[in-house]
Write a protein that binds this ligand. Structure first.
Ligand SMILES: [Zn+2]
Length: 213
């Protein structure tokens, strides 16, 4: 664990906290001043359940849901989110309904797809798309295109973290935003202040994890 790492608790529910590592990181699209370690939120069952309760809130009394499509390792959260959405309660619109939790696969061209056996869970169904982070919007746009291709209706998008959530053409619910992290900066590679000051990259962020260089 990086000695400079620190925790950012969710104000509404401090049981949920995000581990943040400062440094100079690169993704496919950006250079970042911090790496967000979201693994514990996604894999620790107790924490994931708390996350799911938070993420389910905007939909509980308003949104019929048939399927939760999980990307970027959010399956545990997705399962608890389904449980929360189906819980008993007069104002809970999915009480007594069935919700399926599924994950797309990538074909050889890295295009998202669903196996034939899964397609009936998308076609003509109300879908919540669950992703770990929204940064460039590419993952969400690809997923929306895929869901639309299979005849699904996306009724909600949820994520654990997004920088500048107002800049996207789609609406979504996010638990943490960039303003929760002091000094968090996102740069286009050619305009990175850390590069300009001669700082070497600490690591490259690959799929959610990072590889030190
Ligand atoms: Zn840089």
């Amino acid at each position: 664990m990086n000695i400079n790492a620190f925790e950012i608790p969710l104000t509404k529910n401090p049981v949920i906290s995000m581990n943040v590592i400062p440094g100079h990181f690169a993704t496919n699209h950006f250079h970042l001043s911090h790496y967000l370690d979201l693994e514990n939120l996604k894999t620790n069952a107790m924490t994931a359940r708390n996350v799911a309760i938070e993420l389910a809130l905007p939909y509980l009394s308003t949104t019929l849901v048939d399927t939760i499509v999980c990307m970027e390792g959010t399956q545990v959260i997705g399962a608890y989110m389904a449980e929360e959405l189906m819980s008993e309660g007069t104002s809970i619109v999915n009480s007594g309904r069935e919700i399926h939790v599924i994950t797309p696969i990538s074909n050889i061209d890295k295009k998202l797809m669903f196996q034939s056996s899964m397609q009936s869970l998308i076609n003509n169904k109300n879908i919540i798309l669950l992703v770990s982070t929204i940064s460039s919007g590419t993952t969400v746009n690809n997923a929306l295109e895929c869901l639309s291709y299979y005849g699904g209706r996306t009724v909600g998008i949820s994520t654990l973290f997004s920088a500048n959530p107002d800049k996207y053409e789609f609406e979504f619910n996010t638990m943490f935003i960039n303003e929760d992290i002091p000094e968090y900066k996102v740069y286009i590679p050619g305009e990175c202040a850390m590069c300009n000051e001669g700082h070497k990259l600490d690591a490259i962020i690959i799929h959610d994890g990072y590889a030190e260089i």
